[in-house]
Design a protein around this ligand. Sequence first.
Ligand code: GLN
Length: 551
Amino acid sequence: MAFNTKYIFVTGGVLSSLGKGLASAAIGALLESRGLSVTLQKLDPYINVDPGTMNPFQHGEVFVTDDGAETDLDLGHYERFTHAKLGRDNNFTTGKIYDAVISKERRGEYLGGTVQVIPHITDEIKNSVKLVANDVDVVIVEIGGTIGDIESLPFLEAIRQFKADVDKDDVIYIHLTLVPYINTSGELKTKPTQHSVKELRSIGIQPDILLCRTDRFLSSEIKSKIALFCNVSEDAVITAKDVDLIYEVPLVFHQEGLDQKIVELLQIWTRAPRLDDWQELIHKCKAPKHEVTIGIVGKYVDLTESYKSLNEALYHGGIANDCRVKLQFIDSEKIDPNTCDEMVCEVDGILVPGGFGRRGIEGKICAANYARTNSIPYFGICLGMQIAVIEFARYVAGLEQANSSEFNLETPDPVIYLLTEWFDEKTGTVQRRDIDSDKGGTMRLGAYPCNLVENTFAYQAYEQKEISERHRHRYEFNNAYKDKLKEHGMVFSGESPSGELVEIIEIKDHPWFLGCQFHPEFKSRPMKPHPLFREFIRAALQRTQAKNNFP
Ligand code: GLN
């Protein structure tokens, strides 16, 4: 690297949900296409130390990184769009920053001085940004929230100071705003953008580039008006036009000259961008030959933003099979043996995703039973794997009251239980957990190795013996039941290297029935669809094709 590490700070104005996370991820993709190495970081203004304990219905999915950090879902976008390796240091919240400052104060590190937002909190924020700056050309830092929020002020002050601490060519500010089209007057309105930039400038930040979210391309008159009022050059006003597919964002930004402007402002000389793979991807996504419908069985409240990575991974599985994947969300609380047939009969594959708590469990067991007995491809993820085990134990192995101790502590057959002591392959130590430990503190989190058994669905998908996947759960398969379930035809196709933890289960004599204790969705990429999602969609597609050929 012939230049200093460069920093891009991305802020958002006017309103939330304009797609700041996606915009940051797309900027990362564009810079990578020019041969630069990037990393991304999210600074979240809320007080929670991490999103691990936040309600996914309010906050969206908790994204888990290899190192076991429970992070904001925007990190999922960053990983899907770039090759950046993300972890704990790529997501800071106000809570985490204050936690660090207060711990330092308690340890006496401030030598009795008065600890204040400026400089102590802002210094801590700036140091957190620098933590991820090693070995990359460009660090892209997204500030959560919207300009004008009280909570974001310390972060904005810190990034304002940042530019004074380094070479001025090493930092740029990109601001995402909204340029709404007003139907009644037939006009695009620039006032919200002007106000938002005014607010940003009042705290000392002059944006270098404006990304204007809008439903149509901005004319050069509009651009020059925005440029004039916001004190940026006209070619720094970029249309962030709505797109059908999120993976089009890098291409739209490129057409608008965004990457060119960024490298110019940061004074980096790069090769011309190579975007063929993105173009090819969009081409593949636009007109798939086939179509399947996947039923996702979960609690109604969870079935929205809380499965961001899952929805993307299914989409990627579709790309790998030239297939459009239609999702049908099925409320598990409405499923019982009488309604099951009607509720799931239309789908080509059934997926039971991760989840916590006992609500809706029996409905999910019903759905797994339906999939097993009707030869419908079944994919159980984390809780979905545990559900498949309970179903099999009850209806195949005859353990009528089998359950997970998460849902019934009194069950005579806890086929899924809380393993209180286990050998952690990652740290090489014995770990302990119990039911009363802190919520969140006792989960198995992050990447763990797993060995696969040949001649199984799992091996067929991965085509390798050793894999690594990310976890986020407390309960495990109970090995006391392994032999019994094996006798009845359950296949244990993936286990931890020590053999202590069951990671994948399957059922023989079925087109495709697999449950995994980990979350494969976190590692799927549009250009590298996850093997299990690819195979699940393939099996679902085969089922529809067979159905259509022999009605
Ligand atoms: N509730 C289950 C457990 O804690 C499954 C968790 C999940 O699906 N992520 O083990």
